[in-house]
Design a protein around this ligand. Structure first.
Ligand code: SF4
Ligand code: SF4
Ligand code: SF4
Length: 252
């Protein structure tokens, strides 16, 4: 089987997304044995320059004062066929939007932006960190999209489309987006993740549902990036059984 090449690009993130990727244990070995070759990853592969690759999983936001990060993300766009914003920081800035000159040894490091501010991004996987299963599924689906049969490509597209749509929607997200896209759509399950994620305590849970204080919101996108329902898509429901069977088959 011809493998796809995958890289992990580590910008200003906490490594939690990489840990989540690695948390797939046997699933990860299966993917690396059969479907994907890891060609770039700061801590796992001894390669110092961004190589050509099929899929780049980018963790973390870009510090604008750090030239090497700015260069690395631009080079990643040039070298990778598919660029994935892995996790809330890469997609929306998440908590790094709140880091304004707080790094004592490097006080000049004060502006962090999601990768979509600098390059076109093909796909978002929100979450802080995204679940291991979700990263695994995206890796499998990316493989099938690039190397699968026509039928597999169709299902892979159905699975990946909501995440592609998120990337098209842009990298801005605030408490209001949570209201429009999740709560007003009847999708909120009252889990409280958004309130726990908000660094300025702009969200309180009232009668089981989040309430956003717009005056406090700093538009960091953390709530949106971490809400498990913000990337829910009704289209995927129609293909749910086929997609589940496909993933099961690949992992057997
Ligand atoms: Fe860490 Fe969360 Fe950012 Fe991933 S999204 S780098 S887990 S803070
Ligand atoms: Fe960030 Fe809180 Fe505003 Fe959500 S409500 S965007 S977490 S400040
Ligand atoms: Fe609702 Fe999402 Fe907040 Fe959970 S994280 S309470 S699903 S809006």
């Amino acid at each position: 089987v011809e493998k796809i090449t995958v890289g992990h690009v580590h910008l200003s993130g906490c490594t939690g997304c990489l840990v989540s990727f690695a948390d797939n244990y046997e699933g990860l070995f299966k993917i690396l044995d059969n479907y994907a070759e890891l060609v770039y990853a700061l801590t796992l592969v001894d390669v110092r320059h961004v190589p050509e690759m099929d899929v780049a999983l980018v963790e973390g936001s870009v510090c604008l004062q750090d030239k090497s990060s700015v260069d690395e993300i631009k080079e990643t766009r040039e070298k990778a066929k598919v660029v994935v914003a892995l996790g809330g920081c890469a997609a929306y800035g998440n908590i790094t939007r709140f880091a304004r000159g707080g790094q004592w040894n490097q006080p000049q490091m004060e502006s962090y932006v999601p990768i979509g501010e600098l390059i076109d991004v093909d796909l978002y996987i929100p979450g802080c960190a995204p679940t291991p299963q979700q990263i695994r599924n995206v890796a499998i689906m990316a493989y099938l999209l690039l190397k699968g049969t026509d039928e597999q490509k169709e299902l892979a597209t159905a699975y990946l489309k909501p995440l592609m749509d998120l990337a098209k929607r842009g990298d801005e997200a605030c408490g209001c987006d949570l209201m429009y896209d999740v709560i007003n759509q009847g999708l909120c399950m009252g889990c409280g993740t958004c309130a726990a994620a908000c660094p300025v305590r702009a969200i309180t849970i009232e009668y089981g549902k989040p309430n956003v204080d717009r005056d406090l919101c700093i538009k960091c996108g953390a709530c949106y990036a971490q809400c498990p329902r913000s990337f829910f898509n009704f289209d995927v429901m129609n293909e749910f059984e086929g997609i589940t069977e496909l993933i099961k088959g690949v992992m057997e």
